[in-house]
Design a protein around this ligand. Sequence first.
Ligand code: ADP
Ligand code: ADP
Length: 221
Amino acid sequence: VTMIEIDHLTKRYGAFTAVDDVSFTARPGVVTGFLGPNGAGKSTAMRIMCGLTPASSGEARILGARYRDLTNPALQVGTLLDASAQHAGRTGREALTLAAIAIGAPRTRVDEMLSLVGLTPDESRRRLRNYSLGMRQRLGIAGALLGDPQVLILDEPANGLDPQGIHWMRGLLRGFADQGRTVLLSSHLLHEVEQTADEIIMIGRGRIVAQGATSELLAGQ
Ligand code: ADP
Ligand code: ADP
């Protein structure tokens, strides 16, 4: 099965078309970048993929099915859709523990993810509001990995990361893809996608404007 398959997906809000007949696939072993300016429709398309908002027409399939129809979507698909939705009063450890319970991931994953983001046990007991934006973003990415998913869907995962954090994320996603898993990440910054993604889907005003291997797509630039 194709891991992520977007098939003539359209989303209308009244007379406005936020996602306009979008089709593409994201394959295993590949980091796919979803690139476009703010308002292009990236988040809307990703929210449809993850069952958070209905499509007007067309379909988004993950592992061959609509998100809601997967056997265990929360474990099969790791998502980062709105990092700012975390409660700032929780500690890093609490935030990951609650997320692990919510999706049914083993609690042992929490310690693994805390060490993955580089928090010591003491640091993991500080509240989110006391971490840097970059650390909160790292925790969001780690949260998407809690269920040990085959597919990762990350909306603007580099937001708030400093150069070191971007380097960390890039290594993480590379390793994840190299295990034959599938990564789709969005960004409004070309240089970020360019350095992270093997393939790029470019979207503007709801429509796909270009797609292909990163090296080929940027060759003439
Ligand atoms: P991106 O993620 O690429 O920045 P979005 O998917 O967030 O783009 O938004 C695409 C367009 O759809 C924007 O013009 C946005 O204002 C509009 N939009 C998003 N959500 C809604 C909504 N719930 N109601 C009306 N318009 C929306
Ligand atoms: P419900 O829980 O009632 O199915 P949803 O918001 O999940 O509500 O779905 C509303 C509409 O969007 C339904 O017609 C459903 O078939 C459609 N829909 C849901 N997920 C997808 C998807 N991945 N691709 C296309 N259409 C979808």
